[in-house]
Design a protein around this ligand. Sequence first.
Ligand code: HEM
Length: 194
Amino acid sequence: MTINISAEAYLWFKTLHIVGVVVWFAGLFYLVRLFIYHVEARDQPEPLRQAFEKQYALMERRLANIITTPGLVVTVIGAAGLLLGNPSWLSQTWLHAKLAFVVGLVAYHCYCYRLMGLLSLGKCEWSAKQLRAFNELPTLLLVLVVMLVVFKNQFPTGGATWLLVALVLFMAASIQFYARWRRLKAEREAINAV
Ligand code: HEM
């Protein structure tokens, strides 16, 4: 199969784009998980609490600056190359919808930086339960964005789509229930140990 230069460049940009997306999301998912551990460290006795909080703040900063933000930048550079290679995408509805969700993702990314700052100052009021729910938001956006890019203007609205949305919600609820079960178990063990 012969690929002319611009077609090959398009595929390179797509490769870059997909790798960027994977890195960006790995960073976003793990970052908010670290926030949950950071908030749960409040329950530790001193001096453990201080040591944990310091360590989580360091891990969050490194993850955000070395993995998550570069992932975002690589995604956008790849996307710009794809649009240069095929500017006609710009007039298509699926891309407008996708861009709207991407703006939501970038806002989520920026809000993570705000939470990271508050956590490092010990001023974050969020509970672990709220953060777990917050951590589900990018999953939903990921599913929608990937569906848009795959189905484009033939976006399906039938049973399969609703099944997928139900699956994401089921996963979110399971995570909350599992955390609650773990907390109750730890409380029971603490009572039994007395
Ligand atoms: C920065 C804004 C973005 C723009 C302008 C953009 C634009 C595009 C374009 C034009 C394509 C090529 C479509 C094709 O060749 O069929 C593409 C592919 C893709 N995009 Fe994006 N994208 C953006 C962000 C994202 C994000 C945030 C995700 C993931 C959540 C994502 C996931 C993908 C995937 C998986 C593909 C490959 C689809 C395929 O090969 O069929 N994109 N993107």
